[in-house]
Design a protein around this ligand. Structure first.
Ligand code: URA
Length: 231
């Protein structure tokens, strides 16, 4: 429990939005409803730092071996107050060259997905689990993920989005602390510290398996139903 009035308001707002997201239309003050809300836990909104500060702390990062071959740190891009954050795995060749996430072939497809849900890249925030390119586009190693993850967690805390779309296995399994395959994780919302997290297939996977686009579209339609386009 907190005495800080801003945090109290923040908690009330969070609870109301969460009730709306779960389809509740009236305000229920009963014991059962109160017990359910307590179970939701607290939003990840305590003492967030600015994205600039987090980037500054990352500096010219040499915390893991991925620094050796990278050209640019690919921190993240987009709206610092986004309602929706997309999280990929790690930069590829083009992202490493330009210093921006999802600007290669998979990025073009992600941009189309964002447009299909009636948003723009500028309205959302896009980041990755690791900020430096794994050589030859291999998966990031567990140690590399462990070293870099606190920066992503702090980015999410700073933005405090209502939704996260986790793109692909590495992103979904890392954020959910799960070993369940992406094919089983996708298709429903999960809870990430009070934020609704929707796993879906990675755009690079879609380039190799176009038939999976149907599943991603189903996931995006689920998101569109609860996304607040008026904010
Ligand atoms: N794949 C990712 O996971 N992230 C990028 O930024 C680009 C490709």
């Amino acid at each position: 429990m907190t005495d800080n009035p801003i945090e109290v308001l923040d908690d009330i707002l969070y609870s109301l939005k969460r009730q709306r997201d779960e389809g509740l239309t009236g305000f229920d003050c009963g014991e059962e409803a109160a017990a359910r809300m307590t179970e939701w836990g607290k939003p990840l909104r305590r003492n967030p730092q600015s994205l600039e500060r987090i980037r500054a702390e990352m500096g010219n990062c040499r915390r893991c071996p991925l620094c050796q071959k990278r050209t640019h740190i690919v921190f993240g891009v987009g709206n610092p107050n986004a309602q929706l954050v997309f999280v990929g795995e790690g930069p590829g060749h083009e992202e490493d060259r330009q210093g921006e996430p999802f600007v290669g072939a998979a990025g073009e497809l992600l941009t189309k997905i964002i447009q299909a849900i009636k948003l723009t890249r500028e309205q959302v925030y896009i980041a990755n689990v690791v900020k430096c390119r794994p050589p030859n586009n291999r998966n990031p190693a567990p140690d590399e993920i462990k070293t870099c993850l606190p920066f992503l967690e702090r980015q999410i805390q700073a933005i405090a989005p209502r939704f996260i779309v986790a793109l692909g296995k590495v992103s979904a399994q890392t954020l959910l602390g799960s070993q369940v395959p992406i094919s089983k994780l996708r298709g429903r919302f999960h809870d990430y510290g009070g934020i609704r997290l929707l796993p879906t297939y990675h755009p690079a996977y879609l380039l190799r398996n176009p038939s999976a686009k149907r599943d991603v579209w189903a996931d995006m339609q689920m998101l569109m139903k609860v996304y607040d386009y008026d904010v």
